[in-house]
Design a protein around this ligand. Structure first.
Ligand SMILES: O=C(O)CCC(=O)C(=O)O
Ligand SMILES: [Fe+2]
Length: 338
């Protein structure tokens, strides 16, 4: 048994209702598969979702902690970046024990190069993604993190491994939406090449008490096994099929796991984090100086926490940034007694 507050499910008894009845009431008919918003050609052309699709995306994020915006980025733009990042991934994989892997060597933290040649605004500053994150977080979300997770094909002689189910919010976090991860897979993503396993709805019921491993450990944020067993009965996890060109927006608190890539090709998935304007995260992103104009023009709906350096400094440094715990998603001067 474990204390009730570990997993904030419905109260165990209220009036004449028993536990299971209440639980069924709160989770009834909720699918394990994410809501996928069919963005219309008009919305794509105007770079604005209409009220209907904005409602769908906003409500899905509140209820499920995840939503997919279907096929909103042009494929040739993804292909171009994928070509570069796949080569980089193989260089990082070759670092072995010294590489920037997260939990196991089949999954690495990988930054894209923030130089003018490789900067595509529809990928890194997608206006539809920003419209949705703004709807949930408030005006001018802070863009403070731009990286990626790459699922690597198995090395001969090694067993394909899953990451432990975890949350990326491995610290005492707010109980309201405060950070959304904007994931852009550069290829189709499914069970075969390691589509991320997601546990819909867990962002609303989780807390530090559900986690094992300390912040700063390589394997922090792991969810306790007995809670996974319990949650599975209420709403099972899923590895969704996400078509290339789509964007996945995920609440930072959501339970998830990187899965093995059984294919022959690296699966790169970019990860940008939008923090609520009130959430005082202190990270900055390094950009090449010649991106200043495009960031000002195409990123005007975001508050980009940025630092400009020379293009050469980006090229010299972007593949040596470390793994997940090199980044701090917590906030400064937080409220102590809430
Ligand atoms: O690559 C993935 O699918 C997920 C990776 C992940 O969740 C992590 O490294 O924290
Ligand atoms: Fe993660």
């Amino acid at each position: 048994m474990f204390p009730r507050q570990m997993l904030r499910t419905a109260p165990s008894t209220v009036g004449r209702h028993g536990t299971s009845e209440l639980r069924t009431y709160f989770t009834r008919n909720l699918s394990s598969t994410p809501v996928s918003v069919a963005v219309t050609s008009e919305e794509l052309a105007t770079k604005r979702l209409g009220w209907h699709n904005l409602e769908l995306a906003t409500r899905a994020l509140h209820r499920d902690g995840l939503v997919v915006l279907q096929d909103v980025i042009e494929h040739p733009k993804l292909d171009e970046l994928n070509r570069v990042m796949v080569q980089d991934a193989l260089r990082l994989q070759a670092l072995g024990d010294h590489g920037p892997f997260n939990y196991n060597k089949g999954n690495i933290q990988q930054d894209p190069p923030m130089t003018e040649t490789h900067f595509e605004p529809s990928i890194f500053l997608n206006p539809l993604a920003t419209q949705v994150t703004t709807s949930v977080l408030g005006p001018k979300p802070r863009l403070a993190f731009m990286s990626g997770n790459s699922a690597l094909p198995p090395v001969p002689g090694t067993m394909p491994q899953s990451q432990p189910v975890h949350t990326d919010a491995d610290f005492d976090h707010p109980e309201s939406p405060f950070a959304l991860v904007v994931n852009v897979p550069l290829v189709d993503m499914g069970i075969n090449n390691g589509s991320t396993e997601v546990w819909l709805g867990t962002h609303n019921v989780t807390s530090m008490a559900a986690q094992e491993g300390k912040q700063g450990d390589r394997a922090s944020g792991r969810i306790a096994k007995h809670l996974l067993e319990q949650r599975k009965q209420e709403r099972a996890p899923c590895q969704p099929l996400v078509k290339k060109g789509s964007i996945v927006i995920r609440d930072l608190r959501l339970w998830h796991a990187g899965k093995p890539n059984f294919s022959d090709d690296v699966r790169v998935m970019l990860a940008m984090i939008h923090f609520a304007p009130w959430y005082r995260n202190a990270m900055t992103i390094e950009f090449s100086r010649d991106l200043e104009t495009v960031l000002d023009r195409k990123g005007s709906e975001l508050s980009i926490q940025r630092k400009f350096v020379t293009e050469q400094a980006i090229l010299d440094g972007y593949l040596s940034r470390g793994y997940g715990n090199s980044y701090n998603f917590d906030q400064e001067s937080r409220l102590e007694h809430f």
